[in-house]
Design a protein around this ligand. Structure first.
Ligand SMILES: Cc1ncc(COP(=O)(O)O)c(C=O)c1O
Length: 494
């Protein structure tokens, strides 16, 4: 698969590049972004202003402009705003920049903060809270930080691929230290900016080395997946995953869609604790998924943001990934320590690419570094040191596992209490047992947008509009209140 991945960049065909979009950093040209109001446009008769010839660029992929190799252009990029080569007077050159909508997940927290009602509950963002609904810093993290302080380590740049000690322990945690792929040095591991940054780096790699490949994304999926591939200009399409009738996995639909896709797609899979549904394939289903992926010459791409958080066991939650590796498949794995070590703000994670040979792994790693360098240069050190101190130290590692079991256990208790409350308080006899069969931080309630709006507007329960609630943000004490809100929204709003 990685035979085309050489240490050099893809060749430039000629010394002119086709660009569909200009960089706005052509500083001296005073570009203004359309649509600017007519009065804002430069009066072409005023000789004191810079006037540039009007050039048709941007807008659609079909229109293009030839520019010299050394010019600052966005290579092979599409842009949605139309740029007129006209300078602006007494008006911001950002008139054409429209207001972006709030992020569907992080925007929920903003709305929650603005709500002054005491009963409010934030079940939007997937971040662990204590029973008192307070953020939690793990004891092992505090201990690791104390050790780091005592050592008085410096703040020098890390290499592009990150902290060596981190890369070693993170790959071992994911695949198992005795995994032949690790022993044979077939895994290219690069520290990256948590799960999101690792996905983004992989997307850039796909865009560069598999420009014709499409990524298949479960429907539904974590909302940022599509943004990531859109921004990396990687085409994607959905595969069926959720069956609203059973509030379970649409396994037949999933297999059919993966089969129907053109050969050689990347199939994005949630390694455990599928977000937002909380529904994971069984081990038999994983086997069939691997069969069809191999049959179609697809490339599995695992997103593992919840290792240890689904079952409470790091090994159990890595079983899907390890199974695919054991079948000799080349796979991508994006890893995150936001949830399982509570290192949300440290932006610590990794991208692992398991290759068939150690030589391919070396080449892939060299290209991942090459992509990372102009994106963020090198990753931050603090989180990497925390992880390597915790995972690399047998005592702290054991303590971490215990703490993780406690966190996962609290979520399981809340899940059970919510189910009990719904069953007891809903007099219609509706079966809420699907909540118990879901796994991880989230529950996909099956509430539609109008019902989710009612949860927020009437009950001050903040959640994403796809009906997902984060049980990590719920306490036992609030389960009955939440059950009332769900029952009201489900039965009284259509
Ligand atoms: C499925 C999935 N992937 C990736 C991430 C990325 O998280 P982070 O960038 O904080 O590691 C999340 C976070 O919610 C997620 O749910």
């Amino acid at each position: 698969m990685f035979e085309t991945c050489k240490s050099q960049p893809p060749p430039v065909e000629s010394d002119t590049w086709q660009a569909a979009c200009f960089s706005t950093s052509m500083a001296s040209t005073m570009l203004s972004l359309a649509p600017a109001s007519a009065s804002a446009l430069l009066d072409r008769r005023d000789s004191s202003k810079v006037i540039l010839p009007k050039v048709k660029i941007g807008g659609t992929a079909g229109r293009s402009l030839s520019v010299k190799k050394n010019e600052n252009v966005l290579h092979n990029a599409q842009c949605s705003g139309r740029i007129t080569m006209t300078a602006a007077v007494n008006v911001s050159r950002f008139e054409g920049v429209t207001m972006a909508p709030p992020d569907p997940i992080l925007g929920v927290s903003e709305a929650f903060k603005a709500d002054t009602n005491d009963v409010k509950l934030n079940l939007g963002v997937g971040a662990y809270r204590t029973e008192e609904l307070q953020p939690y810093v793990l004891n092992v993290v505090r201990k690791a930080e104390k050790l780091m302080l005592e050592k008085g380590e410096n703040k020098e740049y890390l290499p592009i691929e990150g902290l060596a000690a981190f890369n070693k322990v993170t790959a071992e945690l994911m695949f198992g230290a005795d995994n032949p792929a690790i022993q044979e040095e077939r895994v290219a591991t690069v520290q990256s900016l948590s799960g999101t940054g690792s996905l983004r780096l992989a997307a850039a790699f796909i865009q560069r080395y598999f420009p014709d490949a499409k990524v298949l994304i479960s429907s539904p999926s974590w909302g940022n997946h599509k943004n990531i591939f859109n921004d990396a200009r990687v085409p994607w399409s959905d595969y069926r995953y959720f069956n609203p009738r059973t509030v379970g996995l649409d396994f037949e639909g999933m297999i059919a869609d993966i089969k129907a896709a053109p050969d050689g797609c990347f199939v994005l899979l949630h390694g455990c604790a599928h977000n937002p549904t909380g529904i994971d394939p069984t081990s038999e289903e994983w086997e069939k998924i691997a069969d069809v992926i191999q049959e179609k010459n697809h490339i599995p791409f695992f997103d593992v943001a919840y290792q240890g958080f689904a079952s409470g066991s790091l090994d159990t939650d890595a079983a899907s990934v390890r199974y695919f590796v054991s079948r000799g498949m080349e796979i991508f794995v994006a890893q995150s320590y936001s949830k399982n070590l509570g290192l949300y703000a440290e932006r610590i994670g990794a991208l692992n690419v398991v290759c068939s040979t150690s030589d391919a792994a070396l080449r892939v790693k060299s290209q991942l570094k090459r992509l990372a360098r102009p994106m963020y240069s090198n990753p931050p050190v603090h989180g990497a040191r925390i992880v390597s101190n915790v995972v690399g130290d047998p005592v702290l590692f054991d303590e971490w596992k215990q703490e993780m079991e406690l966190m996962a256990g609290r979520i399981k208790n809340v899940r059970k209490k919510l189910f009990d409350s719904l069953s007891a308080q809903d007099k219609t006899g509706k079966d809420w047992s699907f909540i118990l069969s879901q796994i991880g931080m989230f529950s996909f309630t099956g509430l539609n947008k109008a019902q989710s709006d009612n949860m927020t507007n009437k009950w001050h329960v903040y959640m994403t509009k796809d009906g997902r609630i984060s049980l990590a943000g719920l306490s036992l004490a609030k389960c009955e209140y939440l059950a009332d809100a769900i029952i009201d929204s489900y039965h009284n709003i259509s």
